[in-house]
Write a protein that binds this ligand. Sequence first.
Ligand code: F6P
Length: 342
Amino acid sequence: MARIGILTSGGDCPGLNAVIRSCVLRGIRVHGDEFVGFTDGWLGLVEGNTINLDWMSVRGIANLGGTILGTSRFSPVGEGGGVDRIQANLRAGGVDALIVIGGEGTMAAAKILSDAGIPIVGVPKTVDNDLSATDFSFGFHTAVEIATEAIDRLKTTGQSHHRCMIAEVMGRHAGWIALYAGMATSAHAILIPEQTATLDEICDWVEGPFKRGRTPLVVVAEGFVSAEMTEPHSERGLDGFNRPRLGGIGEQLAPVIEERTGIETRSTTLGHIQRGGAPSAVDRVLATRLGLAAVDAIHDRAWGKMVATRGDEIVRVSLAEAVGKLKTVPQRRYDEATYLFG
Ligand code: F6P
């Protein structure tokens, strides 16, 4: 039996509630655990803001978007509050161990706290699917489904008006959503942060299908920078990442494409719609399995580990393996998509 703290940190994504639910149910039923939720990410842990998590409070939440615990991009290390305050709060609340659900920034902070002796297990979360050491993170599949549905809609209005349509999707550092949604919707160009392209190349990819009577479709990840753009349209976030401004690149490309090709062009930024709402069935199952595995890892005292997917299995990897390097789209995966360009 243990008293376990749970927090969700960083940008939210569909599936967080399914993780919380499965942790609590597994812990109560199998291990006789008690749970406490820290609200708004690391902030709740540093300030001692908690909510009780019991059987009733997680009832019926697996299909709910967002997180019942709230989240923030607050960092607990450095200026954020420090290890001493966190340790004092854990002692005061009688909390034996922590499950932290988050992306790269969250896992990096978790590693620092774990190295300082705080018993932590991580659960990977990101719609961008860019976290190393896990094949997939929940939220990604849902985001791809949402983007695909939206882009299908953009295509029909584009066809009616004989326009080039640009869909900007999430992906600051990695173009996984663009790659998947672009391939699923037969995009004529997929532009991702990992691959540069000149404006001439992009315009060629647009003109080719237009000449064949098709509606050119460009799917661009928010972090894409064209060969001519020396200044990424970015701003530095609280987590220290250079974050492209949402709504930037698609709107920048549209007038350039229109001017160079003479094809009327419209851009749509899908933005946070990709992160909101109910998780897909696949993400509910993945999130649930990760939650079950996280509680078991706590009882095996697997401190400093993150639960992760390897094929169909859930495995444990070290937090060190999970941070420092993002999982970007490899060349061979991009090459597969380029066969369909233009
Ligand atoms: O969590 C990653 C992400 O979805 C990025 O693709 C995006 O740039 C960012 O979050 C935006 O998040 P927020 O507006 O919450 O800072």
